[in-house]
Design a protein around this ligand. Structure first.
Ligand code: AMP
Ligand code: MG
Length: 338
């Protein structure tokens, strides 16, 4: 495939003519990376089996990891879902467009590849002016996982997509950095109470304000309902080591230990207190608001990984609200060694 084209489109004032170009690529079975409020997605026509297969190939995505189908409006649910529970509809009405993916029983016309053979389909209306216009022009569902090489941190800018997928996809729409920076929350609403399959941009607390309770899963149920979660995620080349929040002693100990081992060290921290330590040369200091951390974390991990480090020390965050999604990503990143 020739080099990937990038078109810049303003999120404030989207150029419908440029969006038409992207829609045409999708109509002809091509791959388009598109902006969302969570992370960049890699899109294909959700009802075109061959186009969907190209997503798996471009990303190197394991075939048992299903894709989210992005839709333009509530009415489109019924193109893909065979049945919609009351709570599912209530949550869709309350939180769409937004960072919540809802898992419904699937209709028969949904290709096997999209759902990875499951009996369910994941749907979401993304909250992004450009992609909403793209969805309206395209007129169907866009299957779109995150637009990264499988296993790496998700892309929060067009540049991240380009670095991972140049030459493997047709087009990237560049509408600037993603606002939220972590992926959507995935909620299975085929059961009551609904089950959180992935915590993300919408917090459990916010969902429970709307419907009284959601459940978490144990690992075996998670693997049954969302088999793709077994795979490596958010892995950097360097080993990620988590430091407890504001734990200056642990931070210093780790630096000393890895220095003695002659390891090349990087760090991502948020607390001013850790900034006062003799920090490693490759240090990204993020403002401590959880929104800022979520928005910039994957970018910081990618930036440090370009320095060919051995270890990246990352400070933990408080595990509430969006912090739960950030800690989930950090634990997965730390689970991968080397
Ligand atoms: P990504 O967009 O790359 O973050 O990946 C999509 C996420 O949605 C993955 O965590 C999938 O496991 C999940 N997902 C997609 N479809 C389904 C489904 N039918 N059932 C459960 N999880 C799903
Ligand atoms: Mg992904």
């Amino acid at each position: 495939m020739p080099a990937t084209r990038i078109i810049k489109i303003s999120a404030e004032n989207p150029d419908v003519q440029k969006i038409k170009e992207a829609s045409e690529v999708l109509c002809s079975g091509g791959l388009v990376a598109f902006p969302t409020e969570t992370v960049y997605g890699l899109g294909a026509d959700a009802l075109n089996t061959e186009a969907v297969q190209k997503i798996f190939k471009a990303k190197g995505r394991p075939s048992d990891n299903p894709l989210i189908v992005h839709i333009a409006s509530l009415e489109n649910i019924h193109q893909f879902a065979a049945s919609v529970s009351e709570k599912g509809l209530q949550l869709a009405k309350r939180f769409w467009p937004g960072p919540l993916t809802l898992v419904f029983r699937k209709k028969e016309n949904v290709p096997y590849e999209v759902t990875a053979g499951l009996e369910t389909v994941a749907l979401r209306i993304p909250d992004h002016s450009v992609t909403l216009e793209l969805l309206r022009q395209f007129g169907g569902g866009i299957a779109g996982p995150s637009a990264n090489v499988s296993g790496k941190p998700s892309p929060t800018s067009a540049e991240h997509v380009y670095n991972d997928l140049n030459g493997r996809i047709d087009l990237i729409i560049d509408a600037g950095p993603a606002k939220i920076g972590v992926e959507s929350t995935v909620l299975d609403v085929t059961v009551d109470p609904p089950i959180v399959l992935r915590i993300g941009g919408l917090s459990r607390e916010d969902i429970e304000k709307e419907i009284s309770k959601v459940n978490l899963t144990d690992r075996s149920e998670l693997l049954r309902r969302s088999p793709g979660t077994r795979h490596r995620h958010y892995a950097t080349k360097a080993q990620v080591v988590l430091i407890p929040l504001a734990d200056i002693k642990k931070f210093e100990e780790c630096i000393k230990q890895y220095k003695e081992q002659r390891k090349k060290i990087g760090a991502i921290t948020y607390s001013a207190i850790l900034g006062s330590v003799d920090v490693p040369k490759f240090h990204v200091f993020l403002d401590s608001s959880i929104e800022h951390i979520a928005r910039n974390l994957f970018g910081a991990m990618r930036e440090l990984d370009r320095q060919n480090l051995d270890v990246i020390l990352i400070e933990s965050v408080e595990e509430k609200g969006l912090g739960a999604a950030v800690m989930d990503r950090l634990r997965k990143a730390a689970a991968h060694v080397g």
